[in-house]
Design a protein around this ligand. Structure first.
Ligand code: HEM
Length: 309
């Protein structure tokens, strides 16, 4: 009850949940560093942490910590707001010496929450959730985390969103870590300044670990895939890199679909012939005139693509 009713109890809950979430971030960032050395090794970790019972227990525990931390953040903010009452403007003025980010913890928390929703949609929904429900929710295999990372950071707007998000996380952590430790008892003129320095170093380290992956993949500096499945190149002409292993079927299906659509226009219905082997070349231009243009490949009549190659 003390944890719900008293102000110090609520702060203890905020600190314990917040510091536990920091430990998760450290684990998550360490796992992600693998992406800088080997995409295959990262996927092995993703497979290991898929929808197994221990990963699901971890996810539920994490969700519980996050929800409690967020609910208590709102409760504490409302409590502080009420306690200040009419005097709150005077209070603001007296607090001028307080760090910028300690006064903005709730605002930073809301930005972080928004970023987290985008992040969970990009990754968790397409990976662990897809495994739980048993069918794909994204374009790649649910255990192919590296493919989702490559895809996400190939888009400039996601790179921008993640940089802003990680900036907000850095501000939130530099204040949150020392403040949480202070609430749990670390204090004194000697230790408090030290704890603040340790918090800054820790927050910077975690954020740099995440950021290095974003920058590396955005700049195309990721480690190359060992098996690039050259035998599938005729099937998946666009995304050769992603045309591996379990993605093959998906990738070929997408290609066949695209080819059929192109054939509908350019080869007047002779889709099956047109999609075979080199005749796909005929459809590349994806316009009705392609049969005439590619005269050697496709004779200029309705039967143009049929077995000509
Ligand atoms: C470059 C940055 C990041 C990358 C590449 C990344 C990648 C991923 C991937 C691939 C997953 C899915 C794992 C799976 O379901 O098997 C995931 C899940 C998750 N990420 Fe991140 N992440 C990044 C940053 C962050 C940050 C900064 C946070 C927190 C503020 C975060 C919180 C989470 C959470 C809560 C999950 C769900 C975990 C679970 O299912 O148990 N991630 N992330």
């Amino acid at each position: 009850m003390w944890l719900f009713n008293s102000s110090i109890g609520r702060k203890v809950v905020m600190s314990v949940t917040g510091l536990s979430l920091v430990l998760f971030l450290l684990f998550h960032a360490s796992m992600n560093i693998t992406l800088l050395f080997s995409q295959e090794a990262y996927n092995m970790i993703c497979e290991f942490l898929g929808a197994n019972w221990y990963a699901l227990v971890g996810t539920l525990g994490l969700a519980f910590l996050a929800v409690v931390h967020i609910v208590y953040a709102f409760m504490l903010t409302i409590q502080n707001y009420r306690a200040r009452g009419n005097d709150r403007y005077a209070q603001e003025a007296r607090q001028e010496g307080v760090d910028w980010n300690s006064k903005n913890m709730l605002a930073l928390g809301i930005i972080i929450l928004g970023g987290l929703c985008v992040h969970l949609f990009n990754f968790w929904f397409r990976m662990q959730f897809a495994e739980i429900i048993g069918h794909a929710t994204g374009s790649f295999d649910p255990t192919d985390g590296a493919a989702y990372v490559r895809y996400t950071f190939s888009k400039w707007y996601y790179v921008a969103i993640y940089v802003v998000w990680l900036g907000a996380i850095w501000f939130h952590l530099t204040h949150g870590i020392w403040s949480g430790m202070h609430t749990l008892g670390a204090s004194g003129n000697t230790w408090l300044p030290r704890i603040k320095v340790i918090s800054n170093i820790f927050a910077t380290l975690i954020v740099l670990m995440f950021l290095s992956v974003v920058i590396c993949y955005a700049c195309g500096l990721e480690p190359k895939l060992k098996d690039s499945c050259p035998q599938q190149t005729e099937c998946c002409m666009k995304d050769k890199q992603d045309c591996c292993k379990a993605e093959k079927a998906e990738c070929c299906k997408a290609h066949d679909e695209a080819c059929k659509q192109a054939c509908e226009q350019c080869c007047k219905g002779n889709c099956e012939e047109c999609c075979k082997g080199n005749c796909a070349e005929c459809c590349k231009a994806q316009k009705p005139e392609c049969c005439k243009e590619g005269a050697e490949c496709c004779k200029p009549d309705a039967e143009c693509c049929k077995a000509e190659k």
